[in-house]
Design a protein around this ligand. Structure first.
Ligand code: HEC
Length: 175
């Protein structure tokens, strides 16, 4: 009788012990996790970010910058457009230079190699029948386009006079 009681008591004790062991283990793990998280966050927050270019004030404010900015029109402000287009502002006196500059900036893309069947620069045979149409026709085709020849060589920002100067430059080279 006593033996059985002891055995039951022992079994009971071991169950309680196991429960305590599990509880202690669980609490220990929670503590360990809390400590790890604390260590990770404090060391991350305390790290020195000044050496990182991506974390500099300039880089951060650049990232936070709004996508667009509204600028109020100020008629008295210096106009960048006029300064950016000195060619359009100059007069006919420099037509030769303008023509060469326009040709080299825009027209050469096709006319130097004869791309898309365009009359090649300096190719007299290719230009003769075109020149025979008269300069006004050439101007019109250059400004408004003709078949694969895009209007103003594909650059609508060009002034008519610049296109005409470029035509003159090309015609002169093919005569
Ligand atoms: C994308 C290619 C391309 C560019 C860039 C280009 N041209 Fe042309 N051009 C052509 C082609 C193609 C023709 C031939 C069109 C045709 O007669 O069918 C042509 C023809 C011409 C002709 C002859 C038109 C006629 O009546 O026979 C003139 C003049 C001319 N281009 C001027 C210019 C000038 C000036 C520029 C630069 C401002 C320029 N082109 C840029 C492709 C181009």
């Amino acid at each position: 009788m006593i033996k059985m009681k002891v055995a039951r008591l022992q079994r009971g004790m071991s169950t309680i012990e196991a429960t305590i062991a599990v509880a202690v283990g669980a609490i220990g793990m929670v503590f360990a996790i809390v400590l790890l998280v604390q260590y990770a966050t404090t060391s991350y927050a305390a790290r020195d970010a000044s050496g990182e270019s991506a974390m500099s004030h300039e880089a951060i404010s650049a990232r936070l910058k709004p996508v667009g900015e509204i600028s109020m029109y100020d008629p008295n402000a210096p106009q960048p457009v006029a300064a950016a287009m000195p060619v359009a502002a100059s007069t006919g006196a420099a037509a030769g230079d303008k023509g060469e500059a326009t040709f080299k900036g825009v027209c050469t893309g096709c006319h130097s190699a004869g791309v898309l069947g365009s009359p090649k620069f300096g190719d007299k045979a290719a230009w003769a029948p075109r020149i025979a149409q008269g300069m006004d026709a050439l101007y019109e085709h250059a400004i408004k386009g003709k078949n694969s020849m895009p209007a103003k060589g594909g650059n609508p920002a060009l002034a008519d006079d610049d296109v005409k100067a470029a035509v003159q430059y090309m015609v002169k080279a093919a005569k």
